[in-house]
Design a protein around this ligand. Structure first.
Ligand code: NAD
Ligand code: DAU
Length: 361
């Protein structure tokens, strides 16, 4: 048995692949990992899989229909789990084009390839096939302080080019189920944090900047609220939905952990003060308020009762345990963050990996 993952060299995708191949439940399964290795994709995340014949890495683009058709025909996956995306809101504000291409056109291309492949399957293989679309809570827009958290029934009100592109992809997935009967599942998750998080996002940026003695840039008044979930919990939620979710349904995944940005930054600083104190004094001295993000969503919060009720999923980590593990991981892996920032790993990858091959990262 095989599953096809897209975006499995990124933050969440690589955590998902590592956990999947590590679990006793999937011991007989192979992962075909399709990733274009953009700036956000890093084969170093998958270094633990070196020489593992159950991990087949393919450098390629989800907009490449011929490549996807070939992978489906060759590897005959029982499921596609679709992580690949442009994922950073600030980048989407500066350059939305890449978001439309990968998140909208790429998802469309994958859906069409999956439809052709699934349409030709028969019997049990056809009944068991799943297309799992990994999406975000940002499609629901921004909440006011007094609003209840996002439920699956909330209307879509995306506010950034990123969230609009993800909303578009969610709509395509829904339509391919409704019109063609493609067996799809969608999960909409809140802000993840944990190992291998690219340091353009809030938590890893604060860790690497603090350690380098650089300013910790807090947008606007720092009172924007996000719900934070440890990445391994997101991965277990996706596994639960993939295994037992109802076809055509969407499931919100969240950490029951709403926090203001400034409080997150202060927690990270306090942990660093404890684990790697600076001679210059508390890391919070580096907090710097900067210009706000245009169109900045004020609050996200997730009502994750549906996935708990139907599938028995709840996060295993509290924020206190998850953020400690995260800070400890960055302290234990300074070379990873350095190489990601220098971009040197990208040169190495293109030199080392021209095309498809079994994992040697
Ligand atoms: P990421 O930016 O870290 O990784 C994205 C991966 O996709 C990278 O490895 C990149 O190389 C690859 N990719 C980009 N364009 C591609 C293309 N055209 N073809 C093939 N591969 C391509 O993103 P992430 O944070 O790991 O997010 C993964 C998914 O989860 C995304 O769909 C995102 O919208 C969703 N999501 C993320 C969060 C979060 O907090 N990070 C929360 C909810 C949902
Ligand atoms: O909610 C899920 C989404 O969470 C995912 O779909 C996105 O892929 C992911 O990037 C994330 O989006 P956010 O915009 O919420 O994450 P980010 O880490 O960029 O920012 C978190 C909050 O911190 C947000 O309110 C903006 C603020 N921020 C961010 C950065 C990078 C700052 O104050 N300073 C910063 O330097």
């Amino acid at each position: 048995m095989t599953i096809l993952i897209t975006g499995g060299a990124g933050f969440i995708g690589s955590n998902f692949v590592l956990d999947w191949l590590d679990s006793a439940e999937h011991r007989d399964e192979t992962v075909v990992n399709l990733d274009a290795l953009t700036y956000a994709g890093n084969l170093e995340n998958l270094a633990a899989l070196e020489g593992n014949p159950r991990h087949i890495f393919v450098k390629g683009d989800i907009c490449d229909r011929a490549l996807i058709d070939r992978l489906l025909a060759e590897h005959r996956p029982r499921a596609i789990v679709h992580f690949a995306a442009e994922s950073h809101v600030d980048r989407s504000i500066h350059g939305p084009g890449a978001f439309m291409r990968t998140n909208v056109e790429g998802t469309f291309t994958l859906l069409e390839a999956a439809r052709a492949y699934w349409g030709a399957l028969e019997g049990e293989a056809k009944a068991a096939f799943r297309f799992h679309h990994v999406s975000t809570d940002e499609v629901y827009g921004s909440l006011k302080a007094e609003d209840p958290p996002f439920a699956e029934t909330n209307p879509y009100e995306p506010n950034s080019p990123y969230s609009a592109s993800k909303a578009a992809s969610d709509h395509l997935v829904r339509a391919w189920h409704h019109t063609y009967g493609l067996p799809v599942l969608t999960t909409n998750c809140s802000n993840n944090y944990g190992p291998y998080h690219f340091p353009e996002k809030l938590i890893p940026l604060m860790i690497v900047n603090a350690l380098a003695g650089k300013p910790l840039p807090v947008y606007g008044d720092g009172q924007q609220i996000r719900d934070w979930l440890y990445v391994k919990d997101h991965c277990s939620g996706i596994r639960a939905v993939l295994a037992r979710g109802r076809l055509g349904e969407t499931y919100n995944i969240g950490g029951w952990n709403e926090q203001a940005n400034i409080d997150i930054v202060k927690i990270v600083c306090a942990l660093l003060d404890e684990l790697k104190p600076s001679e210059q004094g508390p890391y919070s001295r580096l907090i710097t308020y900067v210009k706000d993000r245009p169109g900045h969503d004020r609050r996200y919060a997730i009502d994750a009762r549906k996935i708990e009720r139907e599938l028995g999923w709840r996060p295993a980590e509290t924020f206190a345990t998850g953020i400690r593990k995260t800070v400890e991981w960055y302290l234990a892996n300074p070379g990873w963050a350095e190489r990601v920032q220098s971009g040197a790993y990208r040169d190495w990858v293109s030199q080392q990996y021209g095309g498809e091959q079994a994992s040697k990262a």
